[in-house]
Structure formats: structure tokens, C-alpha cells
Design a protein around this ligand. Sequence first.
Ligand code: UDP
Length: 497
Amino acid sequence: MASQNHHQLHFVLFPLMCPGHFIPMVDMAKLLAQHGVAVTVITTPLIAARFCQTINRATASGLPLQLLHLPFPSVAAGLPEGCESLEAIPSPNLIVNFFVAIDMLQQPFEQLFQLIEPKPSCMIADKHITWVVQTGRKFRLPTIIFDGMSCFTLLCTHNLHVSKVHESVSESEPFMLPGLPDTIEVTKSQLPLSTSSDSVVHNFLARVRAVEEEAYGTVVNSFENLEPRYITGFRKITERLWCIGPLSLCNKDNLDKAQRGNKASIDENQCLNWLDTQESGTVVYACLGTLSRLALPQLIELGSALELSKHPFVWVIQGGDKAEKIDKWMEEDGFEKRTNERGLIIRGWAPQVLILDHPAVGAFLTHCGWNSTLEGVCASVPMITWPQFEEQFFNEKLVVKVLETGVSVGAQATVNVLEEDNFAVLIKREAIKKAVDEVMDAGINGGERRKRARELGEMAKRAVEEGGSSYLNVRLLIQDVMQQLKDKGPNEDHNSS
Ligand code: UDP
């Protein structure tokens, strides 16, 4: 990458302790360093351990990057020892404690921040760490927030907050999302928590909104050609908005793709060798992200659908106690034996970007987390969409209704994450199989969908190349921060006062 040297600039990145948030921010750190800016990522020791190899490789290649540790007060906040990331929380009731721990980090963060050399020029932090703007103010630095969502979601959420149309409809009555350039219907039961009237959620989200209002600007993992009208719409609300994605595309070689986010629980070569034995565009890759916790009967429906669909598949089953139960089912039922020839099951962390980029993969069965959605776009694969909660239904609408590169399994409502023992089967195997078959269809519709997915993937790659929109937006971001520094003058004190 042709980069000017901006070594006088030093960006401090502070991601939320949740894979869907820290993975793209570590990519962002590499991207900014590739553009010649010195970057420090501050995170907790266990999360840092997941990235140190990646960062070490980047540093060895000459990128100005460093990783600093900030101990996470798990026990003090009532979480089990070593619980440092949202996906590691053993019970949904402890989510509140997780955010208590994050609040407790402010003081140690500021102490560490004070010691950082060279002087930071700006901070890019996750907007869910709600004290960051206060810290930015103390250190007289522009605080830019990272938003792990699409502009489509940001605009929908903003318009709902302002119009409150959802407050006067029943749970299952479809209504039109207000103020959008497309006609998109949802139901109240598909809306994210940001529209909830629960007081704890309400207060937390009010704090997040205050962060949005005070922040100097917003960095989004998206690109101009993906959702142009939604980016334009959201720019009217947030003046300084830089779409610099897809961030995952900064991982060029197989090792970076394989080790992205965690140590994969399958050997990279074993995975690639298996994919090499499959014909091009025939494999369905099924992974529902890091936070989804399907009930055992629902997992069984998914496995049965993959079997019924007759396509080769890679099925990622995240760890936890259900993994043991599903293993028991597979053995007793004979599932693994029957599908052994054409199914690869990954128990634990999958090298998702490496898999998606393999030519054998023909479709992505996804929960529509924003990172996964974008990674599917980058890989030019059509998607089978199965949103679970939060803004995932918005992402599904974008994929199915606006981009027209996906088919829904027909999920009707968000899954209640606070319900621990959920035995519900919400989506039957026949519905999942139907969506898989439709996406894998060799006919005109399937072909058109694949063509659109291919075009989007090409646009994504062009966006991050030199001269592409995201490339230029990174430069604009850097120039903006540089200008801020100039305006501030050379004698500003680094320390808080
Ligand atoms: N991921 C991965 N391997 C896995 C599960 C997830 O690499 O086995 C990565 C995936 O590529 C994505 C992130 O974890 O970058 C998940 O983020 P997303 O926004 O898609 O969903 P979330 O897990 O936050 O719901």
C-alpha cells in the first residue's frame, strides 16, 4: 500500500470486549498503520493474547503498531475469573456485570493513557464504552467512535428513535420503517433492544446516544457502493462519517485470515484440503456467529436441514455445554456417519474468512451479524439469512430486500437472550432446507442472485484499493485529525487537567 508517513500521528484504539467489535478494530489498527499512522490498541490480557501473533507479524513487517494490556476487573464486577469478553459470559443475567466492569476501567485506562508515548493524536473507541468521550475531553483529544453496524441499521435506529412509530403497533403487525429510500417492512418483535422500553436497557442506550452526540466523528465498517443511499441518509445526521470498510479485507495472506480473532479449532491446512476436494461453488458454510445460542432441538433442525439439502457443508458449532449435547445426538442419531463424506463439522472457532474466500464455498448460512454479512459480501457469496437478535433483522432486510443477494429462512422474532433454557424450535428443518435450496439453485433466480453477489464482492475489493472510496476515506480521516492537531497548536499539554 502506498502510504505517506504520518508518524507524528498516533491513534489509540479501544475496542469493546466482544469479538464482533474487537475483531474489526484490530483490522482497523492494521489498516491505519498501513497508511503510515502509529497505532496503539488497548485491550484486556486475554483478548490481547488472541491477537498478539497477528500484531507481531504486522510489527515485524514494519507497521507502527503496539498492543497494550489493561486488566479487566471481572471478579470485582461479579463475573467469573478470566471472563473478559461478552461471548464468554456464562449466563445472560451477567451482561449487566460486564458493563459494570467496563465502567470500572475508566480510571486505570486514563492512568495508562497518560503514560503513552508518543502523545496520542486521537482516540477511536467503541461507542458502547460510554465514558470514552469524557476521557477524550480530559485529554483534549478528538474522540471518534467506532460503530460496528451498517449505515442502514444506524439510519433505521435513528429514524425509529425520532418517529417512535413502533410504539403504537402490536408485536406482530408489520409496519414500514420510516424515512428510508426503500419500502421495508418489519414487525416490532424483530426490532433490536435499542427500541426496548426496559429501564436498564433504556438508560444504557441513552448513555450511548450521548456518546454519539458528543463524539467528534464516526468510523463505520462499510463502503460507499454497498449502501450509498443509506450512507447519504446517515451523513445528514452525523456530519463526520468515514466509511472505511470492509475491514476484513486488510487480511491478505492465509495465516492472517486463519488466525483472525482467535486460534482456530481446526488446522488451517486440514480445512483447506477438505475444501479443495469439493467442487467450486457447491459448499454451504453455516455459522451463526459468536453470541447465538441455539436451543439443542433447534441445532438438530439445522443439522437435519443441512443433511436434507444434499449439498456439501461446513457447519460451525460454537463451544459450551450444548456442544457436548449435540455431539451425543450426532453419535446416537448417526448424523455424522451419514454426512461424513460431504460434511465438515468445526467445533469451536472457525477460520471464517479463510473458508468464505475458498472457491468451493457457494453460500453462507448466517445470523447476519454485521461482520459476517460484510465478510459474505467480500467473498461474493449469496446468503441464507437467519437473524437471531439485536440489529441482525435490519441486516437481513438489507441483504434480502435491498442488495437482493440473500434468501431468508423466515425468522419472525428476535430470540430472547435473557432466557437461559430455551427449548424452542422456531425454524423447522424444511424451512431452512427450502432457503438453502433456493440460494443454491442453478436456475435463473439463483444465477441472478449469484451475479449480484459477485458484483458486490468486486466493488468491496475496489473500495479498499488505492483510490477506492474506503481508501480515500481513511486518508480524509487522517487529514482531519492532522488538521485538528494543527488547529490545537504545538503547546497543548498531553496530560489531563
Ligand atoms: N468468527 C470467526 N470464527 C467463528 C465465529 C466467528 O472468525 O467461529 C468471526 C467472524 O468472521 C466475524 C466475527 O467473528 O468477524 C463475528 O462478528 P459478527 O458481527 O458477524 O457476529 P457476532 O458474533 O458479533 O454476533
